[in-house]
Design a protein around this ligand. Structure first.
Ligand code: B12
Length: 464
């Protein structure tokens, strides 16, 4: 920070909004707003970070702290109502800035629903919040929408810049220890998120990884290996979920990260999402495993070559088999993503997911319904496909397969995949891949057996 750089705002409250009843995942640290807090930290005198899932009473922070700026993150649709209620209680002399994926997609709607929002930051927020805090004239700041008198001004979108190696969440601002939960039962494991890159250079038709929520094409951009490992050193949790859309684009960077982790003696278990193309780099795979990258999530999407072709996935079923044969030579826990209801697929073609996933010898799978977004390239495919429609909540269905029918098919695939032997394999893999340390594993088994099983069969034990 230059000595002259001071925020217009002295005392900032960064808030992850929540209200009772919203279907939140309490084990997920809100790193979006933490990035904003990190960008403001070197400019303002005081930055306080509140996760309302754990500290629901925001009033006390506003009353006692002489706050002059409140920043709220609205990432999911279910945070909208919380944001409305929270902002209504914020005194009008305090500036209110909102950002996040939902806010970016529904700018007009949020301004209309919440008269006291001053500014909405669209897309990535670090640069824009910094410009606002430094007092740049609003009309000069790209990527924001704001109220002027009674009209809403939308500035042009911000060009997507390379990631800043210096800005990442400051764990010292956290007032919460995030823990892995199963149905709100603490499984005894610390969890954290890290974002090492944004975007994906591929152009799969069903996916919006190459776009930000504004539909802007985003090229893959990454932090240096050194910056990633510096951040890792500030993380206590032993389980780290890398939130990158595609972690393994630049193999040299992946190797550098692994080398640094090993050299620094950092011992954690990482989960990453990447493409199956990684099979071409056996030495990188071995190094990743040695550095703790033990859980790989890989999108396969469909068992049908025709679908993989239309979706422009870049591989067919035969190549997927070859790739997983190679990847499985290292003892990773492999999670596969599939989509139920891909365009043009019949019920039997969808049901083929379970045997196909078994033939790939995946450890676990998740089955999403096909869904689109305002700027997804999938919209173009749907428009050309007769009989296909988009529901109010952006799910794709057809005249042959309603959403209800697709959910039943999904249930059948899941039931057929997760049989006794698959569950046994999962348990064995957790053990043999050392996904968690032995004492933690014993503790986990204890918690699962005594707390989960007993609370399920003896519900009265849980009653207050
Ligand atoms: C962790 C995660 C989850 C977690 C949930 C987290 C939670 N709290 O609920 C789990 C695994 C449960 C999950 C589930 C789902 N997810 Co998800 N998930 C993610 C993931 C991997 C990371 C999110 C993250 O931390 N990003 C990193 C931070 C830094 O980015 P950010 O939050 O957007 O913050 C930036 C800006 O938004 C902005 N900003 C944010 N807040 C604020 C506030 C202010 C004041 C300002 C100025 C700026 C600002 O600045 C930040 C820094 O630049 C993203 C992919 C990704 N790489 O982002 C997908 C993603 C968010 N998920 C997605 C989807 C579709 C889903 C599901 C619907 C999938 C499904 N089929 O079921 C479900 C829905 C779950 C739900 N909550 O309802 C999509 C959302 C698409 C969209 N535009 O809405 C994403 C983007 C993946 C993708 N590209 O398709 N998900």
């Amino acid at each position: 920070m230059l000595a002259a750089e001071r925020s217009l705002y002295r005392n900032v409250l960064c808030v992850y909004p929540h209200q009772k009843g919203a279907p939140e995942k309490k084990y997920c640290p809100p790193i979006g707003i933490e990035y904003i807090a990190a960008a403001l930290e070197c400019l303002a005198e005081k930055v306080t970070l509140i996760d309302m899932r754990f500290e629901p009473d925001l009033d006390k922070f506003i009353e006692n702290n002489q706050v002059d700026l409140v920043c709220l993150s609205v990432c999911w649709d279910y945070q909208r109502d919380a944001a409305i209620n929270i902002i209504a209680r914020i005194p009008s002399n305090i500036k209110v800035i909102v950002g996040g994926r939902y806010a970016t997609t529904y700018v007009e709607e949020l301004f209309a629903a919440i008269p006291s929002i001053d500014i909405i930051v669209r897309g990535d927020g670090e640069e824009s919040i910094r410009d606002i805090a430094l007092g740049l004239s609003l009309k000069e700041i790209p990527g924001i929408s704001y109220r002027k008198d009674s009209i809403i001004i939308h500035n042009k979108s911000r060009d997507l810049v390379s990631l800043d190696d210096k800005i990442y969440p400051d764990r010292k601002l956290r007032r919460v220890n995030y823990r892995l939960l199963y149905k709100n039962i603490d499984l005894g494991l610390g969890i954290d998120f890290i974002s090492t890159s944004r975007g994906c250079p591929y152009n799969c038709k069903f996916c919006s990884f190459t776009n930000n929520p504004l539909g802007q094409k985003r090229s893959w951009s990454a932090r240096s290996a050194h910056s990633v490992v510096e951040e890792l050193k500030t993380i206590d949790a032993e389980f780290v979920f890398v939130v990158d859309d595609n972690f393994a684009v630049d193999m040299k960077r992946v190797e550098e990260i692994c080398d640094l982790i090993i050299a620094e003696g950092i011992k954690k278990t990482f989960a990453v999402a990447l493409r199956l193309d990684i099979y071409k780099y056996p030495q990188v795979l071995r190094k990743m495993f040695a550095a703790g990258f033990k859980i790989l999530s890989i999108g396969i999407e469909s068992a049908q070559d025709k679908t993989l072709k239309v979706m422009e996935k870049g591989f067919d079923a035969a190549l997927a088999k070859k790739a997983f044969k190679e990847i499985r030579k290292v003892n990773f826990y492999i999670h596969g993503y599939f989509i139920v209801g891909c365009i043009g697929e019949s019920e039997s073609e969808m049901l083929a997911i379970a045997p196909f996933a078994k033939s790939l010898k995946l450890d676990s799978i998740s089955l999403s319904m096909l869904r689109t977004e305002k700027y997804s390239p999938l919209n173009e495919v749907i428009a050309k496909s007769k009989g296909y429609h988009i529901s109010d909540n952006d799910m794709v269905y057809s005249e042959d397969y309603s959403l209800e029918r697709l959910k039943i098919i999904r249930h059948c695939i899941s039931k057929s995949y997760y049989d006794f032997f698959t569950m046994l394999r999962i348990a064995k893999k957790i053990f043999t891949a050392h996904l968690i340390s032995f004492p933690r594993l014993v503790r986990l088994i204890y918690i699962l057996l005594f707390r989960v099983v007993i609370s399920r069969y003896l519900p009265s034990c849980n009653r207050k």
